[in-house]
Ligand binder design. Structure first.
Ligand code: NAP
Length: 243
């Protein structure tokens, strides 16, 4: 994506501006993209933020190819979509999680290996071992300061770290000399542009990937409960609210 086309998000509903929980919205036609054929609204809602971000990170920015090794952190919405995309593109995928049960679910979805980041806090080294000391081509970095050091440890020389989330906080220490030695690229990103969303929709139709929705709520008034559930990390993949 040319940087001249990267906008800021001050006017984006649900990000810089209110508007993601509206029952009716009016926008110019080019603000909308057709959903994949046959998808329910709740499924299509998973595309616009977590799905598109995972797609842009892997396909737009990191330009993954079959045979690459991808590490993705945790088992939330971005990570599970990244797993699905990367597997569809022929990559090897290593997932981290705080839960062995969730790791088993990720492996049932196609993950090649799982690392419990609670019982293996030095999971970057575990990635090195799983890749015969080479490291991962791409790390989907969702933790931020609390996980970046391990992501740098995990990535291969010349690899790519997609900095998407800051689940562990907004600022922290980065092992700069290790990053330099790894000659790795850290790419910060915020979602993606419309053309990438259209490409993603086409890929979803072609591959047959459907979103993994672990919990669904049925009323607008359920929003606080849905957010609480997300905070408790009881979910695997996406949580939806439909009314
Ligand atoms: N830049 C962007 O455009 C963009 C777009 C979408 C989301 N985001 C950000 O990306 C992050 C993830 O979003 P999401 O929608 O996928 O969230 P989510 O569905 O709530 O996923 C959170 C999961 O992350 C895992 N996690 C939490 N702390 C972790 C840690 N220290 N190390 C590894 N994994 C950890 C947990 O997985 P386990 O339960 O398996 O341990 C948790 O369930 C958030 O910070 C969100 O704001 C950014």
């Amino acid at each position: 994506m040319p940087f001249a086309q990267v906008g800021n998000f001050t006017q984006t509903p649900g990000d810089g501006a209110n508007g993601f929980a509206a029952e009716v919205v009016v926008r110019p036609a080019h603000h909308f993209t057709l959903a994949p054929r046959g998808w329910r609204h709740a499924e299509a809602a998973t595309i616009t933020t977590s799905g598109l971000t995972a797609w842009r990170a892997l396909v737009g920015d990191a330009q993954i190819k079959a045979g690459d090794t991808i590490v993705t952190l945790g088992t939330g919405g971005v990570s599970i979509t990244a797993l699905q995309i990367a597997k569809a593109m022929g990559a090897r995928v290593i997932v981290t999680s705080s839960s062995d049960e969730k790791l088993a679910r990720a492996q049932a979805l196609g993950a090649d290996a799982g690392i419990n980041y609670r019982s293996t806090p030095e999971w970057g080294k575990a990635v090195q071992q799983l890749t015969d000391g080479k490291g991962a081509d791409v790390v989907i970095e969702l933790g931020g300061p609390g996980t970046m050091a391990q992501s740098i440890e995990a990535v291969r020389v010349g690899g790519h770290i997609a900095l998407i989330g800051v689940l562990t906080g907004r600022e922290g220490v980065i092992p700069t000399s290790l990053l330099m030695a790894k000659q790795a690229r850290i790419q910060g990103l915020i979602v993606g542009h419309r053309r990438q969303q259209q490409d993603f929709v086409r890929a979803l139709e072609q591959t047959g990937i459907r979103p993994v929705i672990s919990d669904s709520y049925g009323a607008l008034s359920d929003l606080p409960a849905a957010f609480k559930h997300q905070q408790s990390a009881g979910h695997f993949g996406k949580i939806t609210v439909e009314w």
